[in-house]
Design a protein around this ligand. Structure first.
Ligand code: MN
Length: 728
């Protein structure tokens, strides 16, 4: 496969397009291609480009680029028609009628993108990205055609004003280059980069061009010799390979100059060679032969075959000392990998597979979209997009050896959600490389992750702070929301039933009388379920609904005092339950206040099960003390509020205990072992020698509640050498 040449082609007609498509896709719909060609020519007739050429030369070049990338016919036709809606007033409906729904959709997507107003400010750039991602999500081909459009505009940018050159080039570098890179279309990416350099830093570009043009014939001889040498070395081991050599792209040389802080003269390795072979085994074989024939530079070998880049790029990279003692970079890959490297995601629409099997969307695009709905400001979105466009991430293995791609900073919980929503929802922990880790553990590339689940486990709010991927965040939120709705519906049903019972009725009776609809309408709900949820969450008082039930309207006055009281106490109990659930993340429920800041006092460090009292501290919310705490005086008692432990709260509480033992070697490890054996975590341990050959140990442990603490203490007490165990 030859390198792509995206140069502007002046004399190119329908015949060229047809024969080029035929070369890879003989059974394509050439009738549609021909029709589109004439259609575009007709609508653009009379229009001119800045270069003075007929306008039609632009859409033709765009579709020629798409043909080079071997896209499907819908994309090629959309390339020809991409400007007729915007510039000629043709309607999308007409395109759909004349060509196809897909073509019309791609053209509409392109028209939308062209209307995005680009500004240099970061905030608005985020907005641009957001819109681009939305456009991509409908059909990725929109972006590929857009890239081809941009390629031709960049190719002919010298004909527009200096000011416009800079603006368009900067926009290309900021938005289209990262997109091409993320989509893995490297041929387009490096071409666009070089063009950006040409218009943004012309001095550097032309000096580089000059340097490379200098000694051009000498370099060509050198390239040819090196290519031959490599090929011969491989043949010695009967390895058939295609070897190519070229000067590196200007932009990559420029990046190297910046990164190393060096000038043109110091830049040595400007040549790159590529070895292409039939299969993966041959790739490694070729690498071995090259490393034994030329001296490899240590630390420059990269294996993107074993661990591909996020955009699916695969290749072996190495740098060696070439035949003339010059550093040369060599890439080794299969022919298939080469095609993926050059055309990236475009390979999905290759003629063979066709659009039907091609994946229209990519996971990361969908993830960005989900995220798009959950973020408030564009700035946050931009940082995520940038993060996502940054090629690279964390690659971890499943126990079976499959590779999963995760974001930087991903935790075992992200991994669990990446496998399946159910696995995520029931994840209790994970083993990384065989060792237990907490859910917050940050994964590194190469880790093997094994998720542990329990059917009793369910997501909690604090998980939202643990996960990095927007997919996992969305799934957790969905679960939390559903649980709350289900629970409220259940409670609401119970309360309504109870209320109705005291009026001698029931939900069943209401249904029989046709009273359900008037009832939820009276409460301005759109259906019965919504009403039940509102009752359950305490938004609607069930007793007030009675007067809206036609069959009960008269009975409403007959309710007795006792019944009223009973109902009231019932709804109080209910609202308390609701409060408990709303405060799932708080260890303590404060009566009468739903959202108060609660602090556990350090002096007495109460844990669930301890008798507690709370009092209001100025500016600090409410402090919870052990009921017997000495710090609590008469003054604070006047500010006390009623508090109770929240049974829904599942976090571990730190407690400090002192263990006094007879001094004996290994006693610390004995105690530690019995503590961990009952699944209690030790946060820290301090050992101290006492007189009389005794030892004192201060442990900070984490327990669920008081009963777990008691269990821990009695377990430690059972050790023979232990004299006493006390909570401090
Ligand atoms: Mn265009």
């Amino acid at each position: 496969m030859e390198a792509f040449d995206f140069s502007h082609e002046r004399d190119i007609g329908l015949g060229d397009l047809v024969s080029r498509v035929k070369a890879y896709y003989p059974e394509a719909d050439f009738e549609m291609l021909e029709k589109a060609f004439h259609y575009a020519t007709k609508w653009h007739s009379g229009q001119k480009r800045s270069s003075g050429e007929d306008y039609i030369i632009h859409p033709i070049n765009v579709s020629a680029t798409l043909i080079k990338l071997r896209l499907d016919m819908d994309s090629i036709v959309a390339g020809l028609l991409h400007d007729v809606v915007e510039d000629c007033g043709v309607t999308p409906e007409e395109i759909e009628k004349e060509f196809s729904t897909d073509v019309a959709q791609i053209v509409v997507g392109l028209t939308k993108i062209s209307k995005i107003k680009f500004k240099t400010k970061e905030e608005s750039q985020a907005e641009n990205f957001r819109k681009m991602v939305v456009a991509m999500a409908k059909d990725l081909r929109v972006i590929i055609v857009k890239l081809a459009d941009r390629m031709h505009n960049m190719r002919t940018l010298q004909y527009v004003s200096d000011e416009k050159q800079k603006k368009v080039a900067q926009e290309t570098l900021d938005i289209y280059v990262p997109l091409a890179s993320r989509l893995g279309i490297n041929s387009v990416k490096s071409e666009l980069e070089d063009l950006c350099l040409r218009f943004l830093k012309p001095d550097i570009y032309y000096r580089l061009a000059e340097k490379i043009a200098m000694k051009k014939s000498e370099r060509e001889v050198y390239i040819r010799e090196t290519v031959d040498t490599i090929r011969e070395k491989l043949l010695e081991y009967s390895l058939q390979a295609e070897v190519k050599g070229r000067s590196k792209h200007f932009f990559s040389i420029y990046k190297k100059m910046i990164a190393r802080g060096v000038g043109f003269e110091q830049i040595q390795d400007i040549l790159a060679f590529r070895v292409m072979v039939g299969n993966i085994t041959e790739c490694y074989k070729a690498l071995g032969i090259i490393h034994s024939s030329f001296t490899p530079i240590p630390g420059r070998f990269k294996d993107y075959i074993a661990i591909p880049k996020v955009n699916n790029y695969q290749s072996l990279h190495t740098t060696v000392i070439g035949p003339r003692a010059e550093r040369i970079e060599i890439q080794i890959r299969t022919y298939e990998m080469d095609e993926v490297a050059e055309t990236g995601v475009a390979a999905h629409w290759k003629y063979k597979e066709g659009i039907k099997s091609g994946k229209k969307k990519l996971d990361w695009v969908e993830e960005l979209l989900e995220f798009n709905q959950n973020v408030e400001n564009s700035h946050e979105f931009l940082s995520v997009v940038k993060n996502d466009l940054d090629v690279g991430g964390v690659f971890v293995f499943t126990p079976k050896g499959d590779v999963r791609e995760l974001r930087y900073g991903a935790t075992p919980l992200d991994f669990a959600y990446a496998i399946h929503t159910d696995v995520g929802n029931h994840c209790v922990g994970a083993k990384v490389n065989g060792k237990m880790v907490p859910l917050r553990h940050v994964l590194k590339s190469g880790d093997t992750v094994e998720v542990m689940t329990s059917k009793n486990q369910t997501p909690s709010k604090d998980w939202l702070n643990i996960v990095k991927s927007s997919r996992a965040k969305t799934k957790i939120k969905q679960w939390l929301l559903k649980v709350e709705r289900d629970h409220n519906k259940e409670l609401g049903t119970e309360v309504l039933e109870k209320t109705l019972k005291s009026f001698g009725s029931s939900i069943k009776a209401l249904k029989k009388h046709g009273d359900i609809e008037p009832l939820y309408k009276a409460a301005s709900c759109s259906n019965f379920e919504e009403l039940l949820i509102n009752i359950g969450s305490g938004k609607t008082a069930s007793r007030e609904l009675i007067s809206h039930i036609p069959s009960l309207r008269d009975k409403a006055v007959e309710i007795s005092e006792v019944q009223l009281k009973e109902l009231d106490s019932y709804s109080k109990k209910l609202s308390k339950n609701v409060k408990k659930r709303a405060n799932k993340d708080n260890a303590v429920i404060v009566d009468g206040e739903s959202d108060v800041m609660v602090r556990l006092a350090r002096c007495c460090n109460p844990i669930p099960g301890d008798p507690i009292m709370g009092y209001i501290t100025r500016g600090r919310g409410i402090t919870i003390h052990h009921a017997n705490c000495e710090r609590v005086d008469a003054d604070s008692l006047t500010r006390s509020v009623s508090v109770e432990w929240n049974s829904e709260f599942r976090f571990k509480h730190p407690v400090t205990i002192r263990v006094v033992t007879y001094d004996k070697p290994g006693i610390l490890s004995t105690i530690s072992k019995v503590i961990t054996a009952i699944n209690v975590n030790i946060r820290s341990a301090i050992a101290k020698s006492l007189p009389d050959r005794k030892g004192s140990f201060i442990f900070e442990i984490e327990v669920q509640d008081y009963s777990e603490l008691l269990k821990t203490i009695s377990t430690i007490e059972s050790i023979e050498e232990v004299i006493s165990v006390n909570r401090v």
